[in-house]
Design a protein around this ligand. Structure first.
Ligand SMILES: [Zn+2]
Length: 57
């Protein structure tokens, strides 16, 4: 059985306070810069990493 799980993509909750929507699942990506340091930081594509500010597309 193949147990491989694609970890490059994951659905994370996104708080949209402007629209008043509590949760909206969006695809997230890991920050490559933080990943090199051994940290796994999930960033919404098109946003900047909250830890180091690296733009993630
Ligand atoms: Zn980062």
């Amino acid at each position: 059985m193949c147990q491989h799980t694609p970890v490059d993509k994951i659905v994370i909750p996104y708080m949209n306070e402007v629209e008043g929507i509590s949760t909206m699942p969006v695809p997230g990506r890991r920050c490559p810069a933080c990943l090199e340091r051994g940290d796994t930081v999930w960033v919404i594509p098109g946003k900047c990493c909250p830890q180091c500010g690296t733009p993630v597309n």
